[in-house]
Design a protein around this ligand. Sequence first.
Ligand code: 13P
Length: 255
Amino acid sequence: MRMPIIAGNWKMYKTLAESVSFVQELAPHLAPFNGVERVVCPTFIAVAAVADALKNTDIKVGAQQLHWETQGAFTSQISPTMLQGLVEYVIIGHSECRAYLGETDETVNKKAKAALAHGLKPIVAVGESLAQNEAGETESFVSGQVRGGLAGISAPDMANVVIAYEPIWAIGTGKSASGDVANSIIGMIRGVVRDLYGNDVANALRIQYGGSVKPENMAEYMSQPEIDGALVGGASLKVADFTALVKAAAESKGV
Ligand code: 13P
């Protein structure tokens, strides 16, 4: 059985002080649901303080980005060695980074490999645009992102990879894929991984859905067999909502 994983991607929200007080309030609410892996991904400036605030809990911390080099003349960037010991997860290839920061399948791949080489677990985000969706290109585009993002990653390393399927048209728009549709695309992604790595890796891989996940629609996703959790933006910024998402995951998956 794959352990469900709910990750809150805070994007560019919350100051340092807000981040710390938020997790102090959140932690006791999430404590009962230890059958679900719970992750918060603050901005870089808050990562260390949030990690410290959560050190006596089983809530994990993730980063939203990293560079593939360990150090160098890369103004503004953060390296895997800087994140070691602070975070367990790192989101790579978010559509906002692909759209605004020039992230490509090639840089996603370099970053995923760098994360794994330093003991960090990448959450590799993929997803099609509205135009691609309407043109019937979802499967070919998303499977290309998966193949490109995972190129050269070993089968043993795949145990530490999570994939997040986030259709771009559903992010922050209030529109979301139906549970059935998300389940079938995620099943397709698992099929690509099966093709690349075989059954054992594919069956163990956790794949999240992301895009306007809310307390009201969480059970619809979590009751789907292929969907192992969620990567959540807006609803992860409120204690009550994030708690409700984790609770719904625990109930739907029976953990
Ligand atoms: P929303 O949940 O705000 O739609 O954002 C989804 C997302 O981009 C998570 O990475």
